[in-house]
Each structure stands twice: as structure tokens, then as C-alpha cells.
Design a protein around this ligand. Structure first.
Ligand SMILES: Cc1cc2nc3c(=O)[nH]c(=O)nc-3n(C[C@H](O)[C@H](O)[C@H](O)COP(=O)(O)O)c2cc1C
Length: 200
């Protein structure tokens, strides 16, 4: 297949569409954030443009929450990314609750919530990246399989793609990690031989 150079486009989509919560001047505010990451197991990053209202609240308290909305919450999730807490009380649309940290508002309607303590802030010029350590995670009981492992299909998160600014839902499971590739261990694979596709 011929490769086409497409400027410096970022192909690291889809990402999770999240609602990041912070108390701003003592009042809960939620911002839609798709540029989120896992830095190590309980350490997360959220990248916020400095123009946003939410940033001051995260700095004020040193805390924030990451809430995972599910597909039926698509309208309110998009809305929180369309309007600013500077003008609108977005928290009025949602049921808020607090956990251990007391200052990181979370959303009851979201099946999963993580309250985080800021451990570092990266200044990227236009953006601030807040790095948070998860202090506690909350999950709807019906999203846990056998009361333990979280079930992605039950959480039913909203995925985001920058290309065309579109939302997607999670598809089907296609294999087990650290497992499906084991079959190649028993075959002779050289650097110049591409591994066979799973269907072959
Ligand atoms: C799907 C979606 C994803 C977004 N992702 C980000 C993001 O990763 N970083 C960012 O700074 N803004 C992002 N935004 C924009 C903010 O959510 C938006 O400007 C919001 O209204 C700011 O809220 P605030 O002023 O109350 O803080 C996103 C918006 C949408 C709709």
C-alpha cells in the first residue's frame, strides 16, 4: 500500500470523552475533555487550554475528578464542551457528589468516577496538563462483572475522534491482551517476515 504523508496529523484517536470536574470558587463545574491519558496505573493526565474556566478551580483546590459518561449521556457531554462555566451553571444539569478529597465534584449519572489529587502541572504554552494521582475510584455496581472487574461494554463510554469531530461507541471484544499473540511464539518469525493476520 502506498503511504501518503498527511502533515503532522495526530492519529491517536479515538480517545475517551470525559467530563472533568472541579470546584471553581466553591461551585462544581464540568468540562468535556478528550485529551486524556494514563501515565501509569493510577496516574492520569488531562490537557486543558488555558482559556478555560475550569483551570483556576483545579489550581485553587489541587484536585479534580474524571467522570466517564456513557453513550446515553452524549447530549449533556457535548453541552459541557460547548458552554463555559463562566456563563452557565453546568452542574445544575447533573447530580453532584463528593468523595474522600471533598473538593473534587463527581457526577452521579456517570458510571465511573475518579477523584484525583494534582501532583504536577505541565505548562505547554497554550495548554496546561494536569497530572493527577487517583485518590479513589467509584463505579456503578452494574458495570462490574461479578462485583469485581469493570466491564467496558457496560460502562459504554463515548469515544471521540478529531477527524470530523465525531463520537463513537465501543465495538466488540476482539481478543485477550498478553495472550492472543502467544501463538506466534511457537512460529519462526523473522524481522523481514510480517506476522500473519489473526484470521489467517
Ligand atoms: C468532545 C469535546 C472534547 C473536548 N476536549 C477538550 C480538551 O481535551 N481540552 C480542552 O482544553 N478543551 C476541550 N474541549 C473544549 C471544552 O470542553 C470547552 O471549551 C468548554 O466549554 C470549556 O468549559 P469551561 O469554560 O467551563 O472550563 C472539548 C470539547 C468537546 C465538545
Amino acid at each position: 500500500m502506498r503511504k501518503i504523508e498527511v502533515d503532522t496529523r495526530n492519529f491517536m484517536y479515538p480517545t475517551l470523552t470525559t467530563l472533568v470536574g472541579a470546584n471553581v470558587s466553591g461551585k462544581p463545574n464540568y468540562i468535556t475533555i478528550a485529551h486524556v491519558g494514563i501515565l501509569k496505573y493510577a496516574t492520569v493526565s488531562v490537557s486543558l487550554n488555558k482559556i478555560h474556566y475550569t483551570n483556576a478551580g483545579i489550581k485553587e483546590n489541587g484536585t479534580f475528578s474524571v467522570n466517564i459518561p456513557s453513550v446515553p449521556m452524549i447530549q449533556v457531554t457535548d453541552y459541557c464542551g460547548l458552554v463555559s462555566g463562566q456563563e452557565v451553571d453546568k452542574s445544575a444539569l447533573l447530580k453532584n457528589f463528593y468523595g474522600q478529597l471533598k473538593t473534587a465534584p463527581m457526577i452521579e449519572e456517570c458510571p465511573a468516577n475518579m477523584e484525583c489529587k494534582v501532583i504536577q502541572i505541565l505548562d505547554l504554552g497554550t495548554h496546561e496538563v494536569f497530572i493527577g494521582e487517583i485518590a479513589a475510584t467509584y463505579c456503578n455496581e452494574d458495570c462490574l462483572t461479578g462485583g469485581k472487574g469493570e466491564d467496558l461494554l457496560k460502562v459504554n463510554p463515548i469515544l471521540f475522534s478529531m477527524s470530523g469531530a465525531r463520537y463513537f461507541a465501543v465495538g466488540q471484544e476482539i481478543g485477550r491482551a498478553w495472550n492472543i499473540g502467544k501463538v506466534l511464539k511457537s512460529k519462526e518469525v523473522t524481522f523481514h517476515t510480517p506476522p500473519p493476520l489473526a484470521q489467517e
